[in-house]
Design a protein around this ligand. Structure first.
Ligand SMILES: Cc1ncc(COP(=O)(O)O)c(C=O)c1O
Length: 380
């Protein structure tokens, strides 16, 4: 198995066996440089360089890069500060009423569903959870909850704890058959798994910059299908929400007819510039190649863990697997194992009583071997 990217692109990858992208990525060097340069320029020149024209166009390149990543159009993309904020604004925009229900899973990351729970508390909509068996949810248990009263099916494309991946096309098909929207949290997949927004039937998707997209905290993206763009009234608005952001007239709020109506205000703009760089980089490497590389690393890891008697939790079918691998060890708690591995510079997280490993494009087979060696040492 060859190295996929040069370590100079991720200098920190030399310092540890970093298997924790599902928490926070090692940042692509070009993204860090771009974000830091923007900040330094702002500090030294203020609006001399970051003038109104620059501020208005500051998301343009991120719109273009994200659109390319998702096989979408620039107008379909909105930029925000976090996936959670974008999801919350979307949930208030859809606001399912008291006759309707929202379907999700019982093992989803809280930020994916809390905004919908909050809206449902306000409107009286019902929230239905497909029950997990451990870190696994049978996709049929999700579709069984969808009926003609379902307004929204909201899932995480890849579950954060065990790495189970859902078939978005199949879920979209079931949701649409009942007149519901499929709204996806792509925080654990975008950048690691090819997603074709147009053909998958996804109605909206949000993703954070700081995980598989290899960018910084402080920025996230949202895809909004064209049929929703003129219809939804964002839950959060500010001066950037107006069609012409420099209009600055308090007495009118006219939203653009594109996904940009979900862009609100000022933010850590340099992070958006950095994220555009890292997405361009991922596009150059190729997301299909990244997925294949990551899966080979995950296969190697799963073989090694099973040989050591560990129990792999989460996905049951081959097509449900991703590069997130979570394991129970028979003789060591997840917390203890994660602590010992981190102390030995094998960087992982403990999640829901399992140790979670999440290799990405900057990892090599030697990182997996280091992890297995340190697991052996920890159990001795
Ligand atoms: C599936 C999922 N969604 C959302 C988030 C949080 O995203 P953000 O920090 O951009 O709000 C996480 C963080 O772990 C996550 O795993």
């Amino acid at each position: 198995m060859n190295r996929l990217v040069h370590p100079d692109d991720f200098p920190a990858s030399r310092k540890s066996a970093y298997l924790n992208t599902a928490s926070v990525t090692l940042m692509y060097r070009g993204a860090e440089t771009a974000a830091a340069t923007w900040l330094a320029d702002l500090a030294s020149d203020g609006t001399i360089t970051f003038d109104e024209v620059a501020e208005e166009g500051v998301f343009d390149e991120l719109h273009r890069a994200t659109a390319e990543l998702l096989n979408a159009r620039e107008e379909d993309i909105a930029v925000g500060s976090s996936a959670t904020e974008l999801m919350a604004s979307l949930a208030w925009a859809v606001a399912p009423d008291c006759t309707s229900n929202i379907v999700s899973t019982g093992i989803v990351f809280p930020s994916t569903i809390y905004p919908w729970i909050r809206v449902a508390q306000h409107t009286g909509a019902q929230v239905r959870f497909a029950e997990g068996q451990g870190e696994y949810v049978d996709p049929d248990a999700i579709t069984a909850l969808i009926d003609d009263q379902t307004a929204v099916v909201c899932v995480s494309h890849v579950e954060y704890s065990g790495g189970q991946q859902y078939d978005l096309t199949r879920l979209a098909h079931h949701a649409h058959d009942h007149g519901a929207l499929l709204i996806v949290d792509g925080a654990q997949s975008l950048g690691a798994i090819p997603i074709d927004a147009a053909t998958s039937g996804v109605d909206a998707l949000v993703a954070s910059g700081y995980k598989w997209l290899c960018g910084p905290f402080g920025v996230a993206v949202m895809y909004l299908a064209p049929h929703l763009q003129g219809r939804l009234n964002p839950g959060v608005v500010g001066f950037r929400s107006h069609e012409d952001m420099w209009d600055l007239q308090a007495t009118r709020l006219e939203l653009p007819q594109t996904a940009r109506r979900f862009e609100v205000s000022t933010m850590a703009y340099g992070c958006a510039i950095g994220l555009a760089r890292s997405i361009r980089y991922l596009l150059r490497v190729g997301v299909g190649r990244i997925r294949d590389h990551n899966r080979q690393l995950a296969d190697h890891l799963v073989d090694g863990l099973r040989a050591r008697g560990a129990d792999i939790v989460g996905p049951r079918l081959e097509e449900e697997r991703t590069s997130i691998v979570a394991a129970h060890f028979p003789d060591c708690s997840a917390g203890d194992m994660a602590r010992q591995l981190n102390a030995a510079r094998v960087v992982v997280s403990a999640r829901q009583s399992a140790v979670r490993f999440s290799p990405h494009l900057y990892n090599e087979p030697s990182d997996i071997e280091r992890a297995l060696e340190e697991i052996d040492r920890a159990r001795r």
